[in-house]
Design a protein around this ligand. Sequence first.
Ligand code: FCB
Length: 461
Amino acid sequence: MVSPPSGFDGQAVPVSPGRRLLRPDFVWGVSTSSYQIEGAAREDGRGPSIWDGFSHQPGRIANGDTGDVACDHYHRYAEDIALMREMGVGAYRFSVAWPRVLPEGRGIANERGIAFYDRLVDGLLAAGIEPWVCLYHWDLPQALQDRGGWAERDSANWFADYARLVASRLGDRVKRFATFNEPGVFTLFGYAFGWHPPAVDDAAQHHAAIHHVNLAHGAAIDVLRAYLPGVSLGTICNMQPVRPVDPTPADCAAAALLDDYWNRAFADPQIRGAYPAVLAERIAPFVQDGDMERIRRPIDWLGINHYSPIYARADAGSRLGFAWSDAPAEVPRSPIGWQIDPDAFRNTLLDACDRYRLPIYVTENGAGAEESGDAAGAVNDVERIDYLSRYLDALEEAVLLGADVRGYFVWSLLDNFEWGAGYANRFGLVRVDYPTQRRIPKASARWYKATIAAQVRGSVP
Ligand code: FCB
């Protein structure tokens, strides 16, 4: 085991109350994703993903950043496990990079890539941290994009085969799997707005992609169940209230539509067996007999990623019938401009519990900032601590009102590659000094450690 990182001992620990309303087995975790932290983009046989090509295109990512090196987690994973251990987290949610284990997306497995996840999982278990594996956090193998990506119906079979490989190699030690991370985001941004790869702007491909991702989810759940009886399976969706920027009928209609695409296009068919009405019409050309049964497979939990409410306005010129809007000027915001509204979080949890009737894990919540460290790299991120405390208060309120919330994962363990915003936008509990790759726990890391410790102590009878 790598020696414990500095930055925890001898530092003032912000006071954190025990969270007595939470279950004794409440899961405290942190989340990351492969492309955002691993780096080693061309090492040990990894194939290119759609994010490699996209991030290298001029003008796509702020500051021309790419995930080539990222947090170099591929080489520094042991140090990162030691950080989590020091923080006292019980679970680590990460994603497998599909092109690292299957460079062509299908066919021959890359043993050196698989060996990395073996080392990571073994290291986590040795540190007493439960691995939560997400199969897809947006880094589709480029070779599969060249075959049509998610707009191609066969993508469901590619994904099921990939799920079988991961199950067969990691399933002896990993007991928690999720299929997709935030399909509402990567389909909308990738196929309708062109902000993420494959940077398509085409309504037909977008609707096809939604349906095929849902089919891929169902197919992967079947594979995981067949190979790994007893394993705990979930889906991870972004869920946030969508508000009209003005309360006009047109903006309200736009918000309702974005709500369907953002919040319901995946959880509804996967858990309830039907698309929202407007989407059902738009997706109908891609639906074949038996598809809705293929999509709605029993799962054990719903993962919810939540940061803030979002806003929509009518836009007659847009193909989908809505446009994004900034939050109204008067709302409280985080340093990167995202609205802070813990009540919206509480209500999202209550609504999701009511609508989907599954145990909920909050698989992402956190606050971004364009922050810098002091001369020693230390970051006194009081705004992040305030955000996280208030959102945990809201989570507790939801539990008090009957929501079955069983865990909470902070996004993110480390500062990392924040997609289009590159490295300027930092979400970590731990600062990464990119030129040296030094990890420096922020005040929020000490606060999270104290929060977990207080709750664990508090729950002992
Ligand atoms: C979510 C993504 C995650 C990260 C956070 C800030 O939408 O799932 O990868 O970028 O936002």
